[in-house]
Design a protein around this ligand. Structure first.
Ligand SMILES: [Zn+2]
Length: 340
């Protein structure tokens, strides 16, 4: 019985949030999605420097590898350490051996200079041959002018755009703003409140959507759907299980095969993973089995012909050292968050 799959793809990740676990509580309890951004994530990303980004990416890449995820489509933000940040992330993933598609999230939330610096980082990284997309935060933090700049940079460079789309009701007008702008190569994260089909792949992030209480977007209504974690690890088998039960909760007729097609669709975004081989602790690898089997582990991961994970763990890097150094950087990050 088959116990292998190609490498899995996390189609929407934020490696910078790998150090976030256990972070200081926000000054007050967030009352909604925009509050969560302002009180939690926009405090965290402003405190990041390149050293923290490096260990965060190493830890996130290691956890991906340990979950059988061999490619990460990352969406990065570090407003006080923009230049060079994508190189740091790409190098960290290369060290572990995990494939990564980088981007820097352009936004107007940090003023015109912040938006320019974000555009410049995408351009610098991509023109130097980096594997990536042009990143944008979300329509509700982008002026028409900045959104146009994102689209024209992506068109010039011949790549897609990776953007949050209608994750919460506050960004529901995104569909209208992106109509005519979006292309097939775009990665549209969330789409919970997206009111139309757009060219591109909608990335469903079940655990994150539940955590932020943004609602269920009925992803089955979209033509192309892949799965992501939105920064909560990179265990895509677990996201598959959640995607299935959420679909089932909305429609008792939903089958695991549906969520499995979303899991497999990651390979359309990073086709190189079809050359990777993950051996799982359970067989058969079958949607109906895996939907109801928890705790399935990747026992062996081969990327591009090289064994990167075996029974002793990651082969190229010292996983204990990464965890220890990442914990030190997390402590430093939390201190800095209290200061700013
Ligand atoms: Zn996200």
């Amino acid at each position: 019985m088959r116990n292998t799959t190609p490498g899995l793809v996390c189609a929407h990740h934020h490696l910078y949030s790998a150090l976030a676990r256990g972070m200081p509580a926000p000054p007050r309890t967030p009352s909604g999605f925009t509050d969560i951004l302002e009180l939690v994530w926009w405090r965290l990303d402003r405190a990041l420097d390149l050293e923290m980004i490096r260990w965060s990416a190493l830890l996130g890449a290691l956890e991906a590898l340990e979950s059988g995820t061999t490619a990460i489509i990352d969406h990065h933000s570090s407003p006080n350490a923009i230049e060079g940040s994508l190189d740091v992330i790409a190098a960290a993933c290369a060290e572990v051996g995990v494939r990564v598609v980088c981007c820097y999230e352009v936004t107007d939330r940090n003023g015109a200079d912040g938006a320019k610096a974000g555009l410049a980082e995408n351009e610098r990284f991509l023109r130097a041959g980096g594997h990536g997309l042009v990143g944008a935060h979300a329509c509700f933090t982008l002026s028409e002018e900045t959104l146009d700049a994102v689209c024209s940079l992506a068109a010039d460079l011949g790549v897609g755009v990776h953007v949050h789309v209608a994750e919460d009701l506050c960004d529901a007008p995104a569909g209208e703003r992106l109509a005519g702008r979006a292309r097939e190569s775009w990665v549209l994260a969330h789409g919970v409140h997206l009111d139309r089909d757009l060219p591109g792949t909608v990335v469903h992030n079940p655990r994150s959507n539940l955590n932020n209480a943004v609602g269920y977007g009925r992803p089955a209504r979209f033509a192309r759907v892949a799965l992501g974690t939105d920064g909560i690890g990179a265990d895509l088998l677990d996201e598959f299980r959640l995607a299935f039960v959420l679909a089932r909760n909305a429609d008792l007729g939903a089958t695991p095969e549906l969520a499995w097609t979303w899991l497999e669709a990651g390979a359309t975004l990073v086709p190189d993973v079809l050359d990777d081989v993950v051996t799982w602790s359970y067989s058969p690898v079958d949607p109906w089995h895996l939907a109801y089997t928890t705790g399935v582990r990747a026992e062996r991961v081969v990327v591009g012909g090289e064994i990167l994970l075996d029974e002793l763990g990651a082969t190229r890097v010292d996983s204990a050292e990464i965890r220890a150094r990442a914990a030190e950087q997390a402590a430093r990050l939390f201190r800095r968050m209290e200061e700013i």
